[in-house]
Design a protein around this ligand. Structure first.
Ligand code: GRF
Length: 198
């Protein structure tokens, strides 16, 4: 059984996609051990609670600096025996001390086809605003391993989504979530779970 911790900052629709995939057995041999948010009011925490999943808010401001925050997070997750850390809309840049503790065991979902529209400052709606401003006809989502860079780790899965006439950042974001993110994130977790079983 792959024990995962999901780190969130917002609405938690990607977390919900993982919860639903597990409950429908589309996603096998995976268990969400806990959900961590940096924001106490993240709706994702309610999704966890509603599904009987341990959840906790661990805020950077409660630690003297980013490294102390990263060290605490790493110790918390190691204590719980976490196998894989899933960043699902987690908006805090994790320090190297955390990345090093979970080398090749942290994945992230990004709402574009990396290397387009990624890196510093590209998150949430800003990604889709940039895609529309550039006039791309196709965008999508990427699941990648997290390394010490920003959206620079090895790519695991990608899924393309057409931009439609009249799209706004909001309509495009929704389509990318529905047609790409919520599909490839559980798929990527399954790939990792299957590899681990071998
Ligand atoms: C998603 O668009 C994801 O790609 C990005 O942040 C957003 C999180 O949405 N990393 P949600 O909290 O999963 O609904």
């Amino acid at each position: 059984m792959l024990k995962i911790a999901v780190m969130v900052s917002g609405g938690g629709t990607n977390l919900q996609a993982i919860i639903d995939a597990i409950s429908t057995h589309a996603l096998k041999n995976v268990a969400i051990d806990c959900v961590i948010s940096n924001k106490a009011d993240a709706y994702a925490l309610k999704r966890a609670e509603d599904n009987g999943i341990d959840s906790v808010c661990i805020r950077p401001r409660d630690y003297p600096d980013k490294d102390a925050y990263g060290r605490y997070l790493a110790s918390f997750l190691k204590e719980r025996g976490t196998d894989l850390v899933v960043l699902a809309g987690f908006l805090v840049v994790l320090p190297e001390c955390f990345i090093d503790e979970f080398e090749n065991r942290i994945i992230n979902i990004h709402p574009s086809l990396i290397p387009s529209f990624c890196g510093d400052g590209f998150y949430g709606l800003k990604v889709h605003e940039a895609a529309l401003a550039r006039g791309v006809k196709v965008t999508g989502a990427t699941v990648h391993y997290v390394d010490s860079g920003c959206d620079t780790g090895p790519i695991i899965l990608q899924k393309a989504v057409y931009v439609e006439e009249g799209d706004t950042p909001e309509t495009l974001q929704k389509r990318v979530m529905q047609q790409a993110e919520w599909i490839i994130l559980p798929q990527a977790i399954q790939m990792i779970a299957d590899r681990r079983e071998k």
